[in-house]
Design a protein around this ligand. Structure first.
Ligand SMILES: *Cc1c(COP(=O)(O)O)cnc(C)c1O
Length: 344
């Protein structure tokens, strides 16, 4: 598969902006920096940040066992996903395929970039319909978005279906692994070098507890990363974010403890939700949230609001009629939820 053929024509020839910090990144810190029109007085952030976020990438590379040159960081996954549209999808010509019910940003970004979106619903087990997806692709189908574990259904897709899609889809396959740290299925990271069209996105927003700093991660071949690097805004990840990310990534034991606690709470919440009389189905979860079908989602949603609990009503999503999505909170928050549900 020739990835270059999938790129937009203008992206093939574009030249990256060369920032002041890019040109002299190896200079020692006792040099006089009067190249970037910064204010010389110290605020801790008076200098532009490292445009390549080398320290954060090196740390991630060590943790994930990939090369730092196989990583692109963005201002949240949102920016990473937007860059993928800009690299591969020609407005008003190309299309992408998504598998609803799934994460809403794929459609928002497709609309924003004037890209047609083809949808192939998941099956009744929330698994991809592989042959239907393959039949639906055409020469302009550039990206297939697989969200696994999927939001809002909380399941991981079966590995052999994903592998079939990786083999048969003729464009880029993006596997969005925002929730992978809560899953007992293996990440696709180990397959990165087997499939040149595979792109994996992850984030520090969920398991790593850093939604507020906005750090999205893209893992792919060095070639794809070099293209994305060329088109990203030069200083897209700010200094405070880089510092905070690095700090958290050196304290993985904390992250792991929090994930363990969320997983324990998840099992507890599933058991307790199943016993609520008006809860009809509690779906299994491979993520830090649980999808449950109730008798009347709209009514239960507003009753919960009246009691000070905000959940996500997913009833308008295909296959999710009368479904609410519950994020796993602290032990106390989950207790509050169950107490209130029992009183309704
Ligand atoms: C929450 C979430 C993300 C994370 O997005 P960020 O912009 O990195 O916060 C990505 N994908 C899915 C499916 C999500 O649910």
């Amino acid at each position: 598969m020739n990835i270059e053929n999938l790129l937009r024509e203008n992206i093939k020839v574009i030249k990256a902006y060369s920032s002041a910090r890019d040109e002299y990144k190896d200079a020692s810190s006792d040099m006089v920096f009067i190249d970037a029109n910064e204010n010389p007085f110290q605020t801790n952030v008076n200098r532009y940040p490292d445009p390549q976020q080398s320290k954060v990438k090196q740390r991630l590379a060590d943790i994930k066992d990939v090369k730092a040159t196989q990583i692109l960081l963005g201002n949240g996954s949102d920016e990473v996903l937007d860059l993928l549209f800009r690299a591969f999808c020609e407005p008003k010509q190309d299309n992408v395929i998504t598998l609803p019910p799934t994460y809403g940003m794929y459609k928002v970004l497709a609309d924003l970039n004037a890209i047609e979106i083809k949808t192939v619903l998941l099956d009744e087990n929330f698994e991809p319909k592989v042959s239907e997806i393959i039949e639906n692709q055409n020469d302009n189908s550039k990206i297939l978005f697989l969200c696994s574990p999927n939001n809002p259904t909380a399941n991981s897709f079966s590995a052999n279906k994903v592998e079939q899609l990786l083999n048969e889809f003729k464009g880029i396959v993006v596997i969005d692994e925002a929730y992978i740290d809560f899953s007992n299925q293996e990440s696709w990271m180990s397959k990165l070098n087997d499939f040149p069209n595979l792109i994996i996105t992850q984030t520090l927003s969920k398991a790593y507890g850093l939604a507020g700093i906005r750090l999205g991660i893209c893992y792919a071949s060095e070639y794809i990363i070099s293209i994305l690097n060329k088109i990203k805004p030069p200083y897209n990840v700010n200094q405070l974010t880089q510092d905070k990310a690095l700090e958290r990534l050196t304290r993985l034991d904390e992250v792991n403890n929090e994930v363990d606690s969320i997983l324990k709470e998840r099992e507890d919440l599933i058991t307790k939700l199943s016993k609520i009389p008006f809860v009809e189905t509690v779906y299994p979860s491979d993520a830090n949230f649980v999808l449950a079908r109730v008798d009347d989602a709209k009514m239960r949603y507003s009753q919960l609001i009246d009691n000070g609990v905000v959940v996500r009503n997913r009833t308008t999503q295909p296959l999710c009629e009368n479904c609410l999505r519950f994020t796993i909170g602290t032990e106390e928050e989950n207790k509050t939820l169950i107490t209130i549900l029992n009183q309704l």
